[in-house]
Design a protein around this ligand. Structure first.
Ligand code: ADP
Ligand code: MG
Length: 204
């Protein structure tokens, strides 16, 4: 377990590269979840987006954590057509903006910035915890990140699993009404992957 509590631009690039690998590995599963309560494109959407993120971060690596997240968010917005592109793009862009121009940040800085990014997702999509969206994983994760990376990972996974019995109130799945009950939300599942990638990189 790493003792450091200073995370630089290279750490954030490793996070997003690890997240991209997880999205690649789990794309089929994400699409399967989206085929049950959506239009079966969540895996492909995120795969396209995160491949583009990895490419741009390799080609023009930004010097600060904030700039890494802002660039990644912009890339997601411009490459992902579905609802999740603008939402994840906003998450990363607003989290990055909140980190400012520091060369390195602490876990506590990131927890506060992530809370800002998550709030921006809520504003953009009009969803709240319990609506069976990515926020069900992201909100508890941002809160738990104040305690540890592992706590954030566990909170995100718990939040994603907790979407199963919920009825969707936002996004495409909400068109299904009661029939959305009994399925895990794809976006909450991908959010848990992103937070797990963060915890993995922090523990390396
Ligand atoms: P689309 O719904 O356009 O096909 P995706 O399949 O890529 O887009 O993403 C679907 C996911 O996006 C959902 O599982 C949900 O987690 C998330 N989502 C959809 N609408 C909203 C919203 N208004 N607020 C937050 N998250 C949302
Ligand atoms: Mg979809």
């Amino acid at each position: 377990m790493s003792e450091t509590n200073q995370f630089d631009a290279a750490f954030f690039r490793r996070w997003l590269a690890t997240a991209a690998a997880a999205v690649d590995r789990e794309a089929g599963h994400l699409t399967e979840l989206d085929s049950a309560i959506g239009d079966a494109d969540h895996g492909a959407n995120l795969k396209r987006g995160f491949t583009a993120v990895t490419e741009v971060l390799e080609k023009e690596p930004p010097a600060t954590p904030g700039a890494v997240l802002v660039l990644a968010g912009r890339q997601l917005i411009s490459t992902v057509g579905g609802a999740s592109g603008p939402l994840y793009g906003t998450l990363l862009r607003r989290t990055g903006k909140a980190l400012g121009e520091a060369e390195s940040v602490t876990r506590q800085d990131l927890a506060a910035a992530l809370a800002t990014g998550v709030a921006a997702v809520g504003q953009l999509g009009g969803a709240q915890v319990g609506d069976k969206t990515m926020l069900d994983a992201l909100v508890p994760a941002a809160e738990a990140l104040g305690d540890s990376f592992a706590a954030a990972r566990d909170a995100a996974e718990g939040g994603a699993l907790a979407t199963v019995p919920l009825r969707a109130r936002k996004g495409r799945a909400s068109y299904l009404g009661e029939r959305s009950v009994g399925h895990q939300d794809p976006g909450a599942t991908s959010s848990a992957l992103l937070i797990a990638a963060l915890a993995e990189v922090a523990a390396a």
